[in-house]
Structures are given as C-alpha cells and as structure tokens.
Design a protein around this ligand. Structure first.
Ligand SMILES: O=C(O)c1ccccc1N[C@@H]1O[C@H](COP(=O)(O)O)[C@@H](O)[C@H]1O
Length: 199
C-alpha cells in the first residue's frame, strides 16, 4: 500500500489534524520557508504527535551538526535532504546517524542518474523544484534508480488518486495541496489520507 506523508506542519492544530488522519509520516521543515520551524518548536510538536506517525526532518544544505543534533534530541525519525547535498555530504551523514535518509531530486534541473545511484540513501524523492512549490511535473520523467521513492510536488485532491495509480510510488508527500490560505486544512488532510488508503 502506498504510504503518505503530510509535510510542513507548524502549529499544534496541524498535529491534531494528522493525529486524526493517521498518515505514515509527518514532516517538519527546518529550511528557510514560510513553513520553517526551529528545533525547539519541532520538539514541542513532536511530543504531541501520535505514536504510529514517523517524524521526518526536511533540510536544505544544512550543516551536518544541525541534523545530528535534531536526530539526537529524538525530534525526528527520518532525514530528508532537499538541497544540493552531494556524495561526500551524504556519506559523512550516513557515518553519523542510523536514521533513514531520503534524497530529494528536483525534476526542474538536469540530473545524472548514474551519480544519483551512487548516493548512499534509502529512498529518493522526486519533486518539481526546490520544495513546497505546489507545482507538479511530468511523472513519466521519473528515472529508474533502483530504490523506493516518494512522489512530491503539487499533489492534492485533484491528482492524488491518479498519481498513486499511475506512478505507484513508495509514498506520496503533500504540503501545499493540503493547505487553504497558506495553512494546513483539516478536511484536506483527512481526505488525502483517506483517498490514499482506499487505493
Ligand atoms: O514545504 C516547504 O516549505 C519546503 C521548503 C524547502 C524544502 C522542502 C519543502 N517541502 C517539501 O516539498 C514537497 C512538497 O511540496 P508541495 O508543496 O506539496 O508541492 C515535499 O517533499 C516537502 O517535504
């Protein structure tokens, strides 16, 4: 069954919405973004998160020490790298944490599948651009990299079912598509999780 991640949670009520909906993953953005949270805010949110939901930290070219500190404080269970993190960066991070690693690939920039295959990550994530854009991309361009992947970028009520059926990703990842006026929307989150579970 395709898993689902709801990303960009910033408020206590966002946590209540995901606890009610029960996705597989909840994402906290530590990068510069209107959804950015710091470690202390995320720690409070994490404590409110229901037991079965794994917390994913989203980072963009962050210092390794920042990621490791947030991991060691028990705030996140998974690490999502959404910038230009290279082979050396990922190898060093891997030496220092046993958390699952997700590497995001921007489909709006050229990439070398051979180089991506060399990365010591557990999952890839295909997104339209730099993250949180609310824009989708041509799913037929997703490369075969031999690892399970998250599908992100502009997923929402209008295209979620189609995405799951056509792409069959390991997981779908939504942020903008479950917001109204820039904040997380309870109904949209419930509906997204329900529709993925029904596939
Ligand atoms: O959501 C953000 O603000 C963000 C900022 C920087 C890097 C990644 C970010 N989010 C990731 O973007 C996609 C969701 O995008 P969309 O809004 O649904 O199009 C997802 O992978 C988030 O983890």
């Amino acid at each position: 069954m395709t898993k689902i991640k709801i990303c960009g949670l910033t408020r206590q009520q966002d946590i209540d919405f995901v606890n009610e909906a029960g996705p597989d993953y909840a994402g906290f953005v530590f990068a510069e973004s209107r959804r950015q949270v710091d470690a202390d805010q995320a720690s409070v949110l994490r404590k409110r998160l229901a037991g079965g939901i794994q917390a994913v930290g989203v980072f963009v070219n962050a210092p390794g020490e920042q990621i490791l500190d947030i991991c060691q404080r028990g705030i996140i269970d998974w690490v999502q790298l959404h910038g230009n993190e290279d082979h050396a960066y990922i190898t060093e991070l891997r030496r220092n944490t046993d958390k699952p690693l997700i590497k995001a690939v921007s489909m709006s920039r050229p990439f070398d599948p051979g180089e991506l295959k060399m990365l010591d990550v557990d999952y890839f994530l295909f997104d339209q651009g730099g993250g949180g854009s609310g824009r989708t991309f041509d799913w037929s361009r997703i490369p075969q990299l031999g690892k399970p992947f998250f599908l992100a970028g502009g997923l929402g009520p209008d295209n979620l079912t189609q995405a799951v059926r056509r792409v069959r990703p390991f997981a779908v990842d939504l942020s903008s598509g479950v917001e109204t006026d820039g904040v997380k929307d309870r109904e949209k989150i419930l509906e997204a999780v329900r529709s993925v579970r029904n596939e």
